[in-house]
Write a protein that binds this ligand. Structure first.
Ligand code: KG4
Ligand code: ZN
Length: 353
């Protein structure tokens, strides 16, 4: 089975071809960082326009690199949500057009499900496992029991953790995108210099909150006479350590609950752009080891937004008989626990209607 995947939900235009043997025949990602940098963040209209300008040629290149024609595909998967509506329209309409022109089945993919299933593509992981999804837009702990079978254990009540990294980096004058810049600065800093709060630490549930931490950084900055380079690095390191503490604590709670419900404490999978953070990964590895399970972290390119994970979601759902019709909608909001198991997909009858 070969599936073309299309991803346009945020600021990455991506196209990939993946097969049922977990091979990436092609995987292209076009970042829009340069378009958004002048604004210090993603501008939805700019993103939609850039997707529109680049998607067609990117799909053609992905097919070229895969070395196959459209008729050799077994399906098309395009992100239908959650995300920025303009970009979702561009990707989903392109996916629908290819599917209808070539008579291929379509999967209107959920972006979060795609992050959730990536470890099955990269590591062949079997269900069930516990997922920590940490990106710019999402921050949640989810038990993954099967395709479409997700139980959210806890989510961030306010800022997603990536958003907190980005906003904190901005406060520290570290530029955009903030996460990687903050990690670089933290490498030269003393994580013990500033005692920042650890929101939600020790709570019995698995909820998270990061906006208070960002506020604490702002207040600390306001108390400094001058924000010299060393202070910036120390604040970055202190912030990163606080985030790692909180996420480690929340993951430990979630692993305990997962063990009660599934008879084993993991494995634990981390995905999303923040999973690129080496300090966080190291910390989560320790948490997993303490509970005699292991941490699986997909390679960086497949942790952050990409189309291979969308194509793989297509593979997983098509295998189970899922088909979406031409009426499939783009959905800016589409939580994981609103997804139906694949068997109850809409069916392809709608295409011939
Ligand atoms: O998953 P992703 O590529 O896009 C979505 O938000 O869906 O994640 C991007 C987020 C940004 O907030 C970025 O600052 C953060 O991931 N990030 C990092 C690192 N690399 C990327 N955060 C902390 N440390 C990093 N090394
Ligand atoms: Zn994402």
């Amino acid at each position: 089975m070969r599936v073309l995947g299309i991803e346009t939900s945020c600021d990455e235009t991506a196209a990939a071809v993946v097969d049922g043997e977990r091979r990436l025949l092609s995987a292209l990602v076009l970042s829009q960082l340069d378009e958004h940098r002048p604004f210090g963040g993603v501008v939805p209209e700019v993103a939609a326009r850039a997707h529109l300008d680049h998607l067609d040629s990117l799909v053609a290149r992905a097919m070229d690199e895969a070395g196959i024609g459209f008729d050799e595909l077994d399906g098309v998967a395009a992100t239908a949500g959650p995300g920025l509506i303009g970009g979702l329209f561009v990707g989903l309409m392109t996916g629908k057009a290819i599917a209808s022109a070539r008579g291929l089945p379509l999967v209107a993919a959920n972006h979060l499900e795609a992050h959730a299933l990536t470890a099955r593509l990269t590591d062949g992981l079997r269900f069930p496992y516990l997922l920590l999804l940490v990106s710019g837009g999402h921050c949640q702990l989810v038990a993954i029991s099967g395709v479409g079978d997700y139980t959210i254990y806890g989510a961030a009540a306010d800022d997603a953790v990536g958003e907190a990294f980005d906003k904190t980096a901005k406060l520290l004058g570290l530029g955009y995108p903030g996460g990687p810049a903050l990690e670089r600065a933290a490498a030269d800093g003393d994580p013990g210099r500033f005692a920042l709060p650890r929101p939600m630490l020790g709570r019995a549930d698995c909820r998270m909150s990061f906006s208070g931490l960002k506020t604490a950084v702002r207040q600390t900055i306001e108390r400094q006479d001058a924000l010299d380079d060393q202070t910036v690095c120390d604040l970055a390191a202190s912030f990163q350590a606080a985030v790692a503490d909180v996420l480690a604590d929340r993951c430990a709670r979630a692993l305990d609950r997962f063990a009660r419900e599934h008879g084993a404490p993991g494995p634990l999978v981390v995905a999303g752009g923040v999973a690129a953070n080496a300090a966080l990964r190291a910390r989560l590895e320790r948490v997993a080891a303490e509970r005699e399970t292991r941490l699986t972290a997909p390679p960086l390119a497949l942790c952050s937004d990409n189309a291979a994970m969308i194509a793989w979601t297509g593979v997983e759902r098509l295998r189970l008989g899922h088909r979406d019709g031409p009426g499939a909608r783009a959905r800016p909001r589409w939580p994981l626990d609103e997804l139906a198991p694949a068997e109850t997909g809409e069916g392809d009858a709608a295409w011939s209607a």
